[in-house]
Every structure is written in structure tokens, then in C-alpha cells.
Design a binder for this molecule. Sequence first.
Ligand code: FAD
Length: 441
Amino acid sequence: MAKVEETLLSGWGNYPKARVKLLSPSFYNELPRLLKKSLIARGLGRSYADQSLNDGGYVLNLNPLNRFLKFDEINGILKAEAGVSLKEILEVFLPKGWFPYVTPGTKYVTLGGMIASDVHGKNHHREGSVSEHVISLTLLTPKGDFLHLTPKDDLYWATVGGMGLTGIVTEVELKLRRVETSYILYRAFRVANIDAMLDVFSKYDPHHTYSVAWIDCLAGGKNLGRGVVMFGEHAPLEALPKKLKRNPLFFKKGPQLKFPFYAPSFLLNDLTMRLFNWAYYLTHPTYEGLVDYERFFYPLDSIESWNRAYGQRGFIQFQFVIPSAEDMKLILEKIVKHGGGSFLAVLKRMGKQRGYLPFGIPGWTLALDFPIKSGLFDFLKPLMREIVDRGGRFYLTKDALMDEGLFKASYPGFPRWYELRRSVDQDGILSSDLAKRLGMA
Ligand SMILES: Cc1cc2nc3c(=O)[nH]c(=O)nc-3n(C[C@H](O)[C@H](O)[C@H](O)COP(=O)(O)OP(=O)(O)OC[C@H]3O[C@@H](n4cnc5c(N)ncnc54)[C@H](O)[C@@H]3O)c2cc1C
């Protein structure tokens, strides 16, 4: 029997919050009966804002539906329920020599959440988003039909990146990649400014599967864009020293540390952010060697509940993609000048992305966290307009601030997406706070 609980929920940014009726099914076959008016699916709640919230309505918790169903050991194709997390996949399949093609910066996400956001990793410019590595999925539509969708179906491309608004993803067939070890051949370059960073990207990117950079977004002037660029490749067995060869494929248990409480607001000042950024810069020298997959892909997972570091008021993540490097520099400069900072700013390269609501366009994506403070939105909103005017767009799974006009101006596939959504949900059963804010419902 499904549990129903009235509760206050938020996304990873702890902003905004919503009072919802949370439905937790115990069995797969209960799902059709739970299709109530005003409902949205939720995985592990790692989207940052109102994506899996539905104030006054229902939220369907898919976590309990987390069974592995089948594994094709020759082709690496895993069939699983949509509530299975990436952590659970790694725990079982990494020791057998399999790794996901695309992983976001945390393993605490479900298959359903990854598909609804069409997540990308550090290899987007080479291997695309997760939708390129899905063989098929099962979608429970608001009418109660279970549809088997593959990349040949139009509705597949409306469901990936469709933020849960075309139906409930219930099962997924995902292709995994063969790896010989849990290690990454890692190269890091500490750079003094943004031009040096872009030079390193253009020189080394063509030779690596994964790339990402961290930027000290408090350093301005001639130090603008100071940071560390990191590249990686799955390490073959022969690259490991004898000692590591004894256990080349391991799953690392964790996290070891937990952020115990919400940080008091006086800690969130320019000085603490500056100290953090300095420390990061100093502890990440130019280096070449082996690191384990956790350190390379999931450094933030090592501290449980790290989102509490931004205090009770929460934070927003501001992630945009913009075609031109010059425009990216200009926006970064404005953010640094304004201050109000971020513990982490991450720069990645992006390639093309299929689908009706793709985040990815060829260019650069910059992601920054901002603790909620008075005056923050007044600064960010005009900047968002400017980013869209320069051909950029914001990532739906992280956004907390866009309005309908800005969303529709930057996602040209919306009218076709909306037609496809209407074809499966004429009565508007599915809805979320994000959908209401952006006029998607
Ligand atoms: C530390 C951190 C790092 C991250 N790094 C990246 C990154 O590098 N790249 C990236 O792309 N993203 C990144 N993300 C974002 C994250 O990958 C996405 O928000 C992902 O969708 C979260 O999955 P979830 O299971 O927690 O889904 P939720 O947050 O619960 O839901 C997200 C969306 O998916 C929908 N949804 C969930 N389950 C289903 C289902 N079964 N059927 C239909 N719809 C469903 C929800 O309705 C909602 O719209 C990061 C997030 C964090 C916290």
C-alpha cells in the first residue's frame, strides 16, 4: 500500500520550499492508481530548486522502486527500475568492470531524474548527454498507459530533458561502458587567468574524454579566471602500479564526513569564500597521475549534506551555457565585480544535444552557487537577460529564477515539446512548481 505523507520539501539548494503530499509506492503495479491530478515525480531531490516540488499538490517518490531487472554482460546493457540510483549502479557494476557513459557531479541521482533532466558530465562535448546512451525506457503516461520508448520515438526526445512532464519514467535500459580499473589517468593544470585556462582547454581537450575547470570566482583584474583545469581518462590495468593492481576495480564506500548543521549566516561572508577559494587553488597544483573515480567525478559527495554550508536560507545554482568564449569571459567579469560569491565555480565545454528541450548547445557552461541574500536577484535577473540575448540558456534542472518569457525565448523547441506533452496529458495531470513558473504545464 502506498504511503501518503504531508511534508515540507525542497530541492538541493534548500530554496524554495513547498508543502506537498508525498506518495511513496511500495510496488510497481501501484503506480497507475497514484496518477492523481497535480502530480510530479521525484527521485533523490538533487535538482536544485522547484523541479520536483508541487506546492499544495502531489509528489510521487520513485526511490522505493529501485530493483535491478536484467543485465546483458556482453553488451553492458542494464535494465532497472527508475528509482535506482547511480550509487547503487556503481556499487554493483563497477567491481564487475562497468561504468556509466555519462555521470553528473554526484552519484546520488536516480535513473528517472537523470533522464528527466537529460544530464551531462565532463564529456558532453565528446559523448553527449545521458539520452545518447539509453536503449529504451518505459513511460507511464497520465492516462495510465505504459509506453515503451526508444530514441526512434518523438516522445522519447520530449521525455529526455522534459522535467517529468510527459509521464513517469518507470524502467530504463542503460548502456554502460567497460572499464579495466576504478582509476582515472588525471592531468591538472593550475592557471593564472582565463586566457591561460582557455589555451589549456584548446590544447588538451582534443586528447581527453573528460575535462572540467574550477574557477576562483573571487579573483578579478589580471587574475580573472584563475583556476585549475582537469582532464581525465579511464586508466587501463597496465597503468596501475603493482600495489593497486591487487584491487583495480573497487567501489568506494562513503561519505566519511557529514556537514552537521546549517552554517550560521555570519560564516557566509566574502572572507570565508575567499579563504576557501585560496585553499582550493593552493591544494590543486599542476599534477599528472592516478586518482580514484570518486575524487575525479564526485568530489562533493565526500561530505554528506554539504548544501547546509550555505545556511538555512539556502542557495541557488546559476548554470548557463553560452556559445562564445568572449561572452563567457564578459559574464564572469560582471559576476566577479559584483561579488556575493560562490565556494565553487565550474566551467565545462559543451557540445550539441538532441531533444526538444536540450540544455546543451556548443559553447561553454559555467555553474556558480550563490547563497540567498537580499539584492541577489536584482543583480542576477538583468544578467540572465543578457546571457539569453547573447544566445545562451539556463539549465532547467538547476534554475530557480527564470520567468516564462526568458525560458521560451531561449528554448526554441518548446512549441513542439508542448504539443507532444499535450498529446499524452490533455487534462494537465502532471505539474510542478517549475512547470507553473515557466508556463510549461
Ligand atoms: C552536487 C551536484 C552535482 C550535479 N552535477 C551535475 C552535472 O554535472 N551535470 C548535470 O547534468 N546535472 C548535475 N546535477 C543535477 C542532477 O544531476 C539533476 O538534477 C538530476 O535530475 C537529479 O536527479 P534526482 O534523481 O535527484 O531527481 P530529482 O531532483 O528528484 O528530480 C529532477 C527532475 O526529474 C524528474 N523526475 C525524477 N524522477 C522521475 C521519473 N522517474 N520519471 C519522470 N520524471 C522524473 C522530476 O520531476 C524533476 O523534474 C548535480 C546536482 C548536484 C546536487
